[in-house]
Write a protein that binds this ligand. Sequence first.
Ligand code: AMP
Length: 249
Amino acid sequence: MKVLAAVKRVVDYNVAIRVKADGSGVDTAGAKMSMNPFDEIAVEEAVRLKERGQADEVVAVSIGTSKAQDTLRTALAMGADRGVLVETDAELEPLAAAKALKAVCEREKPDLVLLGKQAIDDDSNQTGQMLAALLGWPQGVFASSVEILDGGLRVVREVDDGLETLDLTLPAVVTADLRLNEPRYASLPNIMKAKKKPIDVLGLGDVGVDPAPRLDVLRVEGPAVRPAGRMVSSVAELVEKLADEAKVI
Ligand code: AMP
């Protein structure tokens, strides 16, 4: 079985986001960038399938600038066998990313595509679902467990009122939720080994994707600054402040 894992380079989750002065987007200049955390979980799951002898090859795929090679190297250090970069300076919306991933699937013919449930930069939570629709493949999104069955896949999903279990035929698209696994840290020897693993570079023309945006971003604003909290010395003081100052009781 061949597994494709989609990995996006995003602003690191520890970085305090700055909005550009003109409100046109997030200022990523100089910000630490990392692999999207849900994609680390997707790569980890793919590598575990290989370690259990259930997958023969894990291919990591990223769409982004040449710097996304770093993200692919991280996936290779975690255990992916090779990488594919669809290189573009354009910021792709989920539909364009899904179309690029579809074209890579047509070249690579994977049995399973693992993605993160959402990218923490745009929080779209759309690419996996769109990819499944474009390919006409079954999808199991927000997976908290993945089990290979004879000729298929059992996915447990976290839904609002509990857990849903789905059996999918392969090929299929699965997106990783937080509790699917705990991704490993790449060891130094594996980071060194990853430097020698191959990365194929394609252009947007090779995958036939038009990067033109379909959405107009009107304005991006940071969250309102919250007033600092205050300590009170007793329940009576709390009740008095809620009644007289906040006027909420
Ligand atoms: P989103 O729909 O943008 O929230 O992204 C969901 C998932 O799709 C991410 O966690 C990635 O696995 C994948 N994805 C989205 N954009 C890209 C990209 N530019 N390169 C690689 N994978 C991507």
